[in-house]
Design a protein around this ligand. Structure first.
Ligand SMILES: *[C@@H]1O[C@H](CO)[C@@H](O)[C@H](O)[C@H]1NC(C)=O
Ligand SMILES: *[C@@H]1O[C@H](CO)[C@@H](O)[C@H](O)[C@H]1NC(C)=O
Length: 201
């Protein structure tokens, strides 16, 4: 992982285009063949996850047996979420949270006993249910639109540069200044207090 934008552009490892992503042995066809129009969103999703140097602001340390960090609440542009949902609503799955609960005994993910294959639409009634629920809140559906510079685009034309770089810079700055404000507030308060005591003295 970790290449620059190129990773998601032209040759995004051919692996991703096979039925089972060899990257994780994750099988998208766990309830019969996923429609190609739907699958391309999952390829793009994996791509963003694997190859984006721009998701830094949303990385969080976790203490799972199988990973040390994860993304949380990456603000996905609303149109990207809507078209993902629209293209997938008629494909089939058996779970609404794909992070956990699979039967991995065969080496790739199988539906656990009792999990029934139904349409995406019945497991994910809305675009937000899909984009936010699928990977337990790795994404958050943004109120912003593609091109706004305020949300992460799953789809973009690499030849025209990666729009997510600016978005990441914006949020990194916003998060830093918020943290600084919280850090400095108490300091200013105690300085004011000291000054007051000193003036009273
Ligand atoms: C991570 O989990 C292990 C085992 O559950 C525990 O011993 C360790 O203290 C945890 N570390 C943190 C930082 O929570
Ligand atoms: C997992 O799948 C295997 C077959 O691949 C099956 O024998 C086993 O009972 C399954 N386990 C659960 C918990 O569903």
């Amino acid at each position: 992982p970790g290449g620059k934008n190129a990773c998601c552009s032209v040759s995004t490892s051919q692996e991703l285009h096979k039925d089972t992503s060899l990257l994780y042995n994750f099988n998208w066809d766990h309830c019969g063949k996923m429609k190609p129009a739907c699958k391309r969103h999952f390829i793009q999703d994996t791509c963003l996850y694997e190859c984006s140097p721009n998701l830094g602001p949303w990385i969080q340390q976790v203490n799972d047996s199988w990973r040390r960090e994860r993304f949380r609440n990456v603000p996905l542009c609303k149109e990207d979420c809507e078209s993902w949902w629209e293209d997938c609503r008629t494909s089939y799955t058996c779970k609404s949270d794909w992070h956990k609960g699979w039967n991995w005994t065969s080496g790739s993910n199988k539906c656990p006993a009792q999990a029934v294959c139904r349409t995406f639409e019945s497991y994910f009634p809305t675009p937000a249910a899909l984009c936010e629920g699928l990977w337990s809140h790795s994404y958050q559906v943004s109120q912003y639109s593609r091109g706004s510079g305020r949300c992460i685009q799953m789809w973009f034309e690499p030849a025209q540069g990666n729009p997510n770089e600016e978005v990441a810079r914006f949020y990194a700055l916003a998060m830093t200044s918020r943290a600084m404000l919280h850090g400095i507030g108490p300091l200013l308060l105690s300085l004011a207090l000291m000054l007051q005591l000193w003036l009273l003295d």
